[in-house]
Design a protein around this ligand. Structure first.
Ligand SMILES: Cc1cc2nc3c(=O)[nH]c(=O)nc-3n(C[C@H](O)[C@H](O)[C@H](O)COP(=O)(O)OP(=O)(O)OC[C@H]3O[C@@H](n4cnc5c(N)ncnc54)[C@H](O)[C@@H]3O)c2cc1C
Length: 222
């Protein structure tokens, strides 16, 4: 049976054994592959839910929901476009930006655009120390995300292809200072040359390969 652990601070949360619970849209879903017996550490009440500007930077607290992103005047349009890839309004009201990054899904809505924009993550490690990471560096880290910093002046184009708006995406890709691809069945990639394609229900390997090349070309990168 799962226990729900309440904590008084994020520092206390990172010292506990268990899985962080934010919006819960991923972790409370069936068949996510997460340990269904692990304790849940309720961090949602403690997360930063603010969006603020500092010079050219936009700093987004990890507890900000997809709906909050869309209703903000200062969140860059490329983030809003990616947030709208989550087409369910009910999910958008609940799902957090931090939970989306940490889930590291192969059909991630936000990771490609955030990585393309060279977003920086402020994370809190188990030893209580704060660290600044790029999205790619977060891949093997699983630390608690405090906030995401973006440069408002970045120019990012993103693409997503799925059978229907509610289906899993075959590919989500974004191009800015960096490029990033989420490929169903394969994972998340940070360069075109490292892409690996597999056939699955979202599409054949050759179809995904064609889309990756097409999106890259449409972005003007080649
Ligand atoms: C029907 C359905 C379809 C979905 N389709 C997609 C999809 O196509 N693409 C996609 O990307 N997502 C999809 N999701 C998953 C999910 O809705 C999003 O990824 C969402 O943004 C997760 O955020 P959350 O706040 O609900 O996270 P939670 O469910 O609370 O947590 C998700 C994971 O992130 C960790 N976590 C949460 N917050 C933090 C934090 N601040 N720091 C570190 N770790 C943290 C948790 O421990 C957990 O492992 C879908 C969900 C549903 C129910």
């Amino acid at each position: 049976m799962r226990n729900l652990l309440r904590v008084d601070s994020l520092k206390e949360a990172v010292r506990k054994d268990g899985l962080f619970l934010a919006g819960g849209t991923e972790i409370l879903r069936l068949n996510t592959g997460v340990d269904e017996n692990a304790d849940l550490i309720d961090i949602l009440p403690l997360l930063d839910k603010e969006i603020r500007e500092e010079g050219d930077d936009v700093i987004i607290g990890s507890g900000v929901t997809f709906s909050d992103l869309l209703s903000s005047d200062i969140v860059p349009e490329y983030v809003k476009k990616a947030a709208l890839y989550m087409c369910s309004a009910e999910l958008r009201n609940q799902a957090t930006i931090g939970g989306n990054i940490a889930s590291w899904r192969d059909d991630s809505y936000l990771i490609p655009s955030l990585a393309a924009a060279s977003a920086r993550l402020l994370v809190l490690e188990k030893d209580g120390k704060l660290k600044n990471l790029g999205i790619e560096e977060y891949a093997n880290c699983h630390s608690l995300i405090i906030s995401i910093t973006l440069n408002r002046k970045e120019s990012v184009s993103s693409f997503r292809e799925s059978l229907t708006s509610h289906s899993h995406a075959a590919i989500t890709a974004a191009f800015g200072t960096n490029e990033c691809y989420a490929l169903k069945g394969s994972g998340i990639f940070f360069s075109f040359d490292s892409l690996k394609f597999v056939s699955d229900l979202s599409g054949s390997a050759s179809y995904k390969s064609y889309l990756a090349s097409l999106f890259r070309k449409e972005s003007g990168r080649v």
